[in-house]
Design a protein around this ligand. Structure first.
Ligand code: FES
Ligand code: FES
Length: 151
């Protein structure tokens, strides 16, 4: 058994230590907000925060997440920055199919916590690992600027 801290709560899980965190979130804990895309750290759909850093849950064994504060999309609105990002996403109507958007919001929130007023270049760099097959990139960029108070 491994003990994890997920969204501020201690959770005991049964999965083996080398099980990817994404599997634990979705299959054991039924937290389906974090998405499976590629399973190979290539798309960003599974992005969560580990101690505030964007991390790919599909390639993070639970043993590596133990002892860290895990934040998922279900609790991103609990922080002031995450709430601003969520509101900006809704106001700009960013999602198309929506599949990538949990990961996009997680990445955007980590960016704004690190760089409160990012430039377009900062945004492109920080978000380059989060793929959107619907091509919502211009709206993602606009929403990040809006959440930063620049638009
Ligand atoms: S599912 Fe983890 S990066 Fe694609
Ligand atoms: S909104 Fe469809 S993949 Fe990004």
């Amino acid at each position: 058994m491994t003990s994890l801290n997920i969204n501020g709560k201690a959770v005991d899980i049964q999965a083996e230590p080398d099980t990817p965190l994404l599997w634990v979130l979705r299959d054991e804990l039924h937290m389906s907000g974090t998405k499976f895309g590629c399973g190979m750290a290539l798309c960003g759909a599974c992005t969560v925060h580990l101690d505030g850093q964007s991390s790919r849950a599909c390639v993070t064994p639970v043993s590596a997440a133990a002892g860290k504060k895990i934040t998922t999309i279900e609790a991103i609105g609990d922080s002031a920055v995450g709430k601003r990002v969520q509101m900006a996403w809704a106001e700009i109507d960013v999602p198309q199919c929506g599949y990538c958007q949990s990961g996009q919001i997680m990445a955007a929130t980590a960016l704004l916590k690190a760089i409160p007023k990012p430039t377009d270049k900062d945004i492109d760099q920080a978000m380059s690992g989060n793929i959107c097959r619907c091509g919502t990139y211009p709206r993602i960029r606009a929403a990040i600027h809006k959440a930063a108070g620049k638009a």
